[in-house]
Every structure is written in C-alpha cells, then in structure tokens.
Design a protein around this ligand. Structure first.
Ligand code: SF4
Length: 367
C-alpha cells in the first residue's frame, strides 16, 4: 500500500484495479414506502399562533423565535444533513446556540434516557434513537421547546442525477414515528414537558419540494410565515454545501499529504452515521491512532483532475457516462448511502494508494 515516488495527488494511474469493483460491493437495496408527515403535540407557548397553509401565518416575532430551543437527535441521516438544519433554523431567527444536538450514541445514554421506551425494531442504529430523544427531553439543563426529527424521503447525495434515486433507508425514514411511539405509550411525554414534536417528511434530494414540506409540517411549532421559508431553505442548502466542500478540501489535503509522504490512506465505505462512535464502534479512530490517515467516501474530493485520473479512460472508451456513473456495477441505484458506498468502492478499486474499509449493515444492525 505504500506509494512509491509520489509527489502529489493524483499519483500515477494504476490500471489493474477495475476488476475489483464487483467483489468490493456488499450492499443491499432497501424498499421504500411513504410515511405521512405529522407534527405532534403543541405546547402552550405557541397556542396563539395557530396557522394553516390556507391562511398565511402572521409575521413571527424574531425575539421570540430567537429564544426557542430546538433539539435534534444526532442520529441516522442527521449525520450527513446537520448543516442544512443549522442553516435553515438560523435563517429563521433561531439562535445557533439554541440548536441542540444530542450527544454521541452510547450505552450510558440509552441506559439513562432510553430504557423502557423501546419499540419493535430490528435495526440497532434506529433503536439507539430512544436514548437521543430521552436525552433531549430529560437531560438538558435548559429545556428544549421543539424536538425536530426529520423523516428523510430522499437525501442530497453528490450522486444525484447519475443514479436512479437517492432514497433514505426506510427504517431511517420511519425511525421518527417508531421512536416517538415509545414516548407516547403511557402518556404524551412531549406535551407533559412543553415540547412540540416535529417529524417533517422531507425530500432533501429534491430541493424544490422542501419549502412546502417544511412549511406544512413545521408552521405550528415554529409559527412560520410562508414568505420566510424558501429563503431559509436556500440558506440551509448553502450551509450544507459549504460544509461538504470544506470536508472535501480537507480530504484532498489528507490525500496529498499521504502521496507526498508515501503513506497509505484508509477510505471508509459506510453510511454516514457510522461516524457516530456508539454505532460505528470507533474502528476508524483505532486505525487513526495507529497512524493511518482516514477519509470517508462521502467526502472524497470531486475535483475534475482527480475524477479524470480515476475514470477518464472508461469515459473515453464509452463504458461509463460520467465519473459518478455506477450503472455498470449497481443497477438498482435507489438507496442514497448504498450508492455512495458503491461509488467509493469503485474509487478505491482504481487507486492503489487507498485501502478501503467497508462497514456493513451487520456492524450496525441486529437484523
Ligand atoms: S443500519 Fe441498515 S437498516 Fe438501519 S437505518 Fe441504516 S441502512 Fe437502514
């Protein structure tokens, strides 16, 4: 794996790795179904702000919005979209200090806050969300007013337009409804704690739909005015893009450092929430502590020189349409994170300087 004679990135092209594609793929296609969005109980502090899509909301009071504390469980696809929510809420006037993410998943978190709230669920990553809800409801020094847990229908993948779809996993999408049930079993824990529960169904992969989806599902909890939603959605996407770009810049620097120092680089092929130490078991941190630089496939740099170095010959031969085309190895390209893992495997198969670390479902799921 040591890079010989490399002075920068991309290093000289290796032509022997393409056959490894198929063997590197060990993912599955998730079937999807739609879940109707719901906004749950409404706390007393916003009862005077009842609005409907038919009658636009009154102008919201910025000072009041700024005082709102919004809790978001740091779980599942929130790991790859958090900056959208920060940008969106901040543009609506919520103070960034009042956007509260739960802490990393841990056994202690589940024992303290999630025990007894479990519902029927086979996926470990989803089960853990009970602990995140409990921490946001019971574990804050300053209480939250809104618990926001988006139900993602599609995700804003960099592969969108090159694949069939970018759906989220159905279990991820349904997690909000599932976990919520554990907090409604005996009584409405949200209402009891003065918390508005919001689980908007949102298609972040289709930006043109997002303002309508979020307005309809969050207007009561945030007292939204329709006119302010689209600019806030745009701000959310800008924030997400900025964050993703900065991550790709950091990945490129890591790759360049590895090339200049003849060091191998580990690229993790996993779903974004494997970054959560309680779900991903810190395997990549262990590798880092042994001196191996680590990057994630989702944040592999998308610079043209790199993509041409990796895929240019196949494009010229007419085998693929673009560097982001995975149709040759993954026809059922509907699942966003599966697609990205498959693409990462293609990259790793072509760059002998990268060692791919595949994190499978079995690592994160009891199913
Ligand atoms: S671990 Fe698997 S089943 Fe669970 S949410 Fe992720 S993709 Fe879906």
């Amino acid at each position: 794996m040591v890079i010989e004679g490399s002075t920068g990135w991309p290093p000289p092209r290796s032509s022997s790795a393409a056959e490894r594609d198929q063997a590197a793929l060990s993912t599955s296609f998730e079937r999807r179904r739609r879940i109707a969005p719901r906004c749950g109980s409404r706390p007393s502090w916003c009862t005077s702000r009842r609005v409907s899509s038919a009658s636009p909301a009154p102008k919201s009071s910025r000072p009041e919005r700024a005082q709102l504390r919004v809790g978001i469980p740091k779980a599942l696809s929130v790991w790859s979209t958090h900056q959208f929510w920060v940008g969106f809420l901040h543009a609506l006037g919520v103070d960034e200090r009042n956007i509260v993410f739960s802490s990393d998943t841990s056994e202690e978190q589940f024992r303290t806050y999630g025990k007894g709230r479990g519902t029927v669920e086979a996926c470990y990553a989803v089960k853990c969300v009970s602990g995140h809800y409990g921490e946001l409801i019971f574990g804050q020094r300053k209480k939250i007013h809104v618990l926001l847990h988006p139900m993602f229908l599609t995700l804003p993948s960099f592969l969108r337009g090159h694949v069939a779809e970018t759906f989220a996993c159905t279990r991820d999408m349904a997690a909000a409804e599932n976990i919520k049930a554990g907090f409604l079993r005996e009584k409405d824990v949200f209402a009891e704690n003065g918390i508005a529960y919001c689980n908007p169904l949102v298609s972040l992969g289709e930006p043109q739909l997002v303002a309508k989806q979020l307005y309809e599902s969050m207007q009561k909890a945030l007292a939204l005015d329709w006119d302010e939603v689209q600019p806030a959605v745009d701000a959310g996407f800008r924030a997400l893009r900025r964050f993703n770009d900065s991550m790709r810049t950091a990945s490129r620097k890591t790759l360049e450092w590895c090339a200049q120092n003849s060091r191998p680089c580990v690229m993790v092929l996993a779903r974004p929430y494997h970054m959560d130490p309680g779900v991903g078991h810190e395997i990549e941190s262990e590798l880092q502590s042994k001196g191996y630089p680590v990057i994630w496939a989702q944040y592999f740099p998308l610079d043209d020189d790199l993509l041409q170095w990796l895929f240019g010959e196949e494009i010229r031969r007419g085998e693929i349409k673009s560097p982001l085309d995975i149709a040759g190895v993954w026809v059922s390209s509907y699942s966003s994170s599966t697609n990205e893992i498959v693409w990462g495997a293609k990259v790793a198969a072509r760059a002998r300087e990268l060692a791919a670390l595949v994190r499978s479902h079995a690592t994160a799921s009891t199913s």
